[in-house]
Write a protein that binds this ligand. Structure first.
Ligand code: NAI
Ligand code: MG
Length: 359
């Protein structure tokens, strides 16, 4: 099993090192190949996603990705910015379904920004569509307005677009995920205002006929934002478009205590995928050895489950993470009175050690 390992920038290398450490104690026939991506690749090769990196990712069975970005690249033209590497990888690999589970571990109930009783036992899955929506829709740009409220003034515009096949494929992924869980799916849109959302809602309703066992409901995105902080446990699987999913999944992340706990998977139609923590490169703490590596370690577990058909190995990693939390080990982002503060490396070591005791 070939894995492309792309650490990227900021804390990327620190957290990926720990995830690789954990993979290595599993005793699986894994072949890891490392490459530069993001700002690091721009510095070393003049492009955030060099052809060699993209080809390596294409040839691999799965991609394990750290994070990209740093303020020092903010002034670069858009095509050279580190973040373009993620967009290029999603496009190049045909990744369209982003899975972001938000799970509140019992030990971290108090780290959540919500009252413990609202998040105890929380286990929701947000599925975000990745290829469409306002992030890619053309036309986009700047111009002098010829109409609108201020004709003659500078204006900027983006276009929100979704095609039927794009919505259909994410609908199938979402219904199938719901079948494997609580058979409950919430589709989030803004159909009261947006044409794209109306098509989204129509297609979700049509595809629902093929999955009669799943209870489907539709929710407006503003209400979904509210429900996530009011009664998140009422949700199970949530499916939504690219932009709403971006925002709602970060909101959901905070319910669980720290963005440092949240893994993610981005899948293509054959379950080949890219696995990365939900957070960014955290330049504010990079190089300090305090980043939480658990989101990346849990992303590696998702990789074993979804792309490499190793559910038992994935379960061992998840159990090991449970175990280190139960031991009271915490990186700074999830630390609380009475627990033991550990570094990035110590956390990775502890998970690797715990795995050897779990069969
Ligand atoms: P961020 O997720 O990097 O950081 C937000 C806050 O969370 C910071 O205070 C950071 O210290 C903290 N944090 C993040 N991960 C953590 C971890 N594992 N352990 C402990 N604390 C953690 O988001 P921000 O600051 O908005 O962006 C920083 C850079 O990352 C930017 O260049 C941004 O474009 C990029 N970015 C990259 C992503 C990716 O590679 N997929 C996703 C999001 C942002
Ligand atoms: Mg985001």
């Amino acid at each position: 099993m070939k894995i492309a390992v792309l650490p990227g920038d900021g804390i990327g290398i620190e957290i990926i090192t720990e995830a690789v450490k954990v993979l290595n104690v599993l005793d699986l026939p894994l072949e890891l190949e490392w490459a530069d991506v993001g700002g690091k690749a721009y510095d070393n090769h003049g492009h955030p996603l060099p052809e060699a990196t993209l080809n390596l990712a294409k040839a691999a069975d799965a991609v394990l990705f750290g994070a990209v970005g740093d303020w020092k690249y903010d002034k670069l033209e858009r095509q050279f910015r580190p973040e373009q590497a993620i967009l290029g990888l999603r496009k190049g690999l045909g990744l369209f379904a982003n899975f972001r589970p938000a799970l509140c571990y019992p030990e971290l109930t108090h780290a959540s920004s919500l009252k413990p009783e609202l998040v105890a036992g929380l286990d929701i899955l947000i599925i975000r569509e990745l290829t469409g929506d306002i992030y890619f829709g053309q036309p986009r740009g700047r111009r002098t307005a010829v109409d609108g409220h201020f004709p003659g003034s500078e204006e900027a515009f983006d276009t929100m677009r979704y095609s039927r096949p794009e919505i259909e494929r994410i609908a199938h992924v979402a219904f199938q995920a719901a079948m494997k869980r609580g058979k409950k799916l919430t589709s989030v849109d803004k159909a009261n205002v947006l044409e794209t959302s109306q098509l989204w809602k129509d297609v979700m309703t049509e595809i629902h006929a093929q999955y009669p066992e799943v209870a489907l409901d539709h929710m407006y995105v503003d209400n979904a934002a509210m429900q996530l902080v009011k009664a998140p446990k009422k949700l199970d699987v949530v499916v939504t478009g690219n932009m709403f999913g971006d925002i709602l999944s970060d909101e959901a992340a905070m319910l669980t205590g720290s963005i440092g706990m949240l893994p993610s998977a981005s899948l293509d139609k054959n379950n080949k995928g890219l696995y990365e923590p939900s957070h960014g490169s955290a330049p504010d703490i990079a190089g300090k050895g305090i980043a939480n590596p658990l989101a990346t370690i849990l992303s590696a577990a998702m990789m074993l489950k979804f792309s490499l058909q190793q559910p038992d190995a994935a379960a061992r990693i998840e159990a090991a993470v449970q175990s280190v939390l139960a031991q009271g080990l915490r990186t700074a982002d999830i630390w609380s009175e009475g627990t033991t503060k550990v570094s990035t490396r110590e956390m990775g070591d502890a998970v690797a050690t715990a795995i050897t005791t779990i069969k």
